[in-house]
Design a protein around this ligand. Sequence first.
Ligand SMILES: [Zn+2]
Length: 227
Amino acid sequence: MLKKKFKSIVLVMLCLFIFSIQIISAQSLPLQDTIIMVDPGHGGRDSGTYYGDILEKDINLEIAKELEKELTKYGAIVYMTRKRDVDLSSIYDSAKKRGDLYRRLLLIKEKNCDLYISIHINWYDDSTLKGAEVLYNSINKENKVLAQSIMNRFKKDLNSNRNIKTTDLYMYRNTTTPGVLVECGYLSNPVERTLLQEEEYQKKLAQSITNGIINYLKKTKQIKYVL
Ligand SMILES: [Zn+2]
């Protein structure tokens, strides 16, 4: 009788142990089941800004792929608006750029995304200007919180002295899904131009954006992690 009782106590304890492991493993992924659209700007016929044969569209895609890896590592379900050097316009679009952006918006909606991140590279005539920065549209309350969370990480991780700004560009004023436009740095600045092409720096950018997203979700969804 005692033996039987002992056996059932052990069984209950074992169940509790397995259950607690499951809770811990679920908690250890702070982006678990968060659906994120990573949107590398430009592509195909649209190279974005450039310096000689260094094209913004190519660097955007490289950083976006690093970001996809990093977000997936933390449990997010990640989609990308493009994975190759293509633009999303159709042969029937009379305005190609508008068609391209419209389909990016459709993808964000279709995939039921919790948030999106557009990746771009900046250019300015004054080549001393540098630093990653985040732009947002005021269409909802979340965008500014997300922008500030990522900007805080850029200041901390990448020494950026830039600040968040608003944008009224077509893509960002036409979706209420939380999201921001990340300008990863200036192709016009010689030092940053070199850095932006390096895999190590691209990884650093991806980690910084990911940490910013995690901190944003902590603020808005009460998740436990702070990075
Ligand atoms: Zn761009």
